[in-house]
Design a protein around this ligand. Structure first.
Ligand code: DAH
Length: 357
């Protein structure tokens, strides 16, 4: 059957010449489709004598297999050329804004940090930062926690391996930023320092990495009254309620004297604790008047300069304000949690618009 060989040559040449996936598809339909040329040959098998079929069957099936293989090989080749061309020409600018429904969300911790910056900026505080890998002098010694002090053990510190000039730690609190700020700038000082902190601790209310915000004011004639007013103004603005009540309890921190733990009052509404009122008390932060030894360690004269400081867990603030009850979910990266508790990137907290977003 000369025309079978002829057909094979023609089809394979056409396939070879095809320049697009569409052209390949057209050849496939013309050869192997319902009324295609190869299909037509296959149909003739039914009308043949057994001898003819034995001779022609393998040839016709061989033709179909050769055409099918050539088609798919060419298709793959054309697709890879098309993909290379697209890769060479298409570019995505990842910095361009995208449609709002496709956008990720701002994590509640980031949102609360922005809210804190907004509330404190209104009171004249700047935002200060410090390293997360800290030396033990800034993290402990300068804060009046000498080597033998039991507070070092209480902090469940992560120490860095290896030889260093001073032992290095992952900072256990944001208080070392107080030291860095006092050493870097002259008073008057008013800063908050939000950031990551680390302790070797993990359960429903503790994670090895967590967030704190530190506050520091250094000036002449600063008293406990300034501290109380600042904290009250901050917590009322942050929780957006005028009925926020504070309770200062005497406490102990090595870097403050006197020291106070601050509780906020809550009420129970439909079985849930809501900040405001004074049905019960929740501890929210530690504070006090900066210890003269800490001021002196930074090279300032404590008879000239006084101040107050406070430290507060940001994750806990977020939980109290936005109603989450498991801290660990903050760091799971579960997209459903982030969609539910996250904020729109366009929801920038402002005092005039309400810092609650
Ligand atoms: N650094 C303390 C902690 O992590 C919190 C703290 C308490 C900070 C009192 C302060 C302060 O500045 O005055 O537990």
């Amino acid at each position: 059957m000369a025309d079978l060989d002829q057909l094979k040559t023609t089809l394979l040449a056409q396939i070879d010449d095809a320049g697009t996936p569409d052209a390949i598809e057209a050849i496939r339909v013309a050869a192997l489709g319902k009324s295609g040329s190869v299909t037509g040959l296959l149909k003739t098998l039914g009308g043949m004598t057994p001898d003819e079929r034995q001779a022609q069957g393998p040839r016709i099936h061989g033709l179909r297999e050769a055409v099918t293989a050539a088609l798919s090989e060419k298709k793959v080749a054309l697709e890879s050329v098309a993909l290379d061309a697209r890769l060479a020409t298409e570019r995505l600018d990842m910095t361009l804004p995208v449609d709002a429904p496709l956008m990720g969300t701002v994590h509640p911790v980031s949102q609360v940090m922005d809210e804190l910056a907004e509330v404190f900026a209104d009171m004249g505080f700047a935002v200060a930062t410090g390293p997360e890998i800290e030396d033990d002098w800034h993290n402990f010694t300068a804060l009046n926690i000498p080597e033998t002090h039991p507070a070092r053990a209480m902090h469940d510190t992560f120490y860095l391996a290896g030889e260093h000039e001073r032992p290095m730690v992952l900072r256990t609190h944001t208080s070392p930023v107080q030291i860095r700020t006092m050493m870097a700038q002259k008073p008057p000082i008013r800063i908050i320092a939000p950031g990551r902190t680390y302790r070797s601790d993990s359960d429903a209310t503790h994670t090895p990495m967590f967030h704190q915000v530190e506050g520091l004011v250094i000036d002449e004639g600063i008293t406990l009254a300034h501290l109380k007013w600042t904290l009250e103004t901050f917590l009322k603005a942050f929780f957006e309620r005028d009925d926020v009540v504070l309770r200062l309890r005497p406490s102990y921190f090595p870097f403050t004297e006197p020291s106070a733990e601050v509780d906020v009052g809550y009420s129970v509404v439909k079985g849930k604790r809501v900040i405001g009122g004074s049905e019960g008390w929740m501890e929210v932060l530690g504070s006090g008047m900066v210890h003269p030894k800490v001021i002196a360690a930074c090279g300032l004269d404590p008879t000239e300069w006084q101040g107050f400081a406070f430290g507060c867990g940001i994750d806990r603030l977020a939980m109290l304000k936005y109603g989450m009850d498991d801290l660990r979910a903050f760091f799971d990266g579960d997209i459903r949690w982030l969609k539910h508790y996250g904020f729109s990137a366009l929801d920038v907290p402002t005092l005039s618009g309400g810092v609650g977003a």
